[in-house]
Design a protein around this ligand. Sequence first.
Ligand code: F6R
Length: 243
Amino acid sequence: YPTAKDGSKAVAQEIAALIKARQATNKNVVLGLATGSTPKYLYAELVRLHREEGLSFKNVITFNLDEYYPIEPDALQSYNRFMKEQLFNHIDIPEENTHVPDGTIPKEKVKEFAAEYEAKIEAAGGIDLQILGIGTNGHIGFNEPGSALTSHTRLVTLDNSTRMANAFEFSNMSLVPRLAITMGLNTIFKAKRVVLLAWGSHKSKIVQRSVEGHSSDQVPASLLQQHSDCKFVIDEQAAEDLT
Ligand code: F6R
């Protein structure tokens, strides 16, 4: 797409069509959602479709990819807070239908929490459409290079490059959490359809390696070449290095 806004609008249309198709048969839609700067236009467009075109989210269930650990849900950098501010507070989705990993779980309970998160996704019928961003090191969710294709929701250590990329949100580098709870690669792979978004020239090299390089756990997004229904939606700048 020429710009991030154009790409985001197209993805919003795809989501809206899925929601409406399910509404016609009284069924739910399960969306997997991402945070960060990449999906902001997408969420703004979904909010616009709700406000101006009456798109209802009453039949939508969402599961977010990840959350810093530890973090309070109302902290400025919390992904729980991000989702409320960018999307949930502005649409008619029932609060109980939204799920974002809890950054306040005591460490000894994280495994149990992660297993329950997976079970809730399964109980909802599995993810119909998973939205992803991509880290400049190729991470998806917070599955950093070296993550196993068999990985489930778990506590992970963030790469230094990821902490640096996200440091602007915190007042100094030492305050960036070292850990996060993330869906695993297996969790993401079970989604029926995956749409990865990437905007800007700072993403062009990793988009090229993910799409045209060989599929390797050193570039987690390149593993998506093995998914049966995956699309990368990118702007012209993010496409600069494609051959
Ligand atoms: C966020 C997430 C991450 C981001 C990635 C890109 O929920 O899962 O993988 O998508 O770090 O971040 P931005 O969009 O800020 O460039």
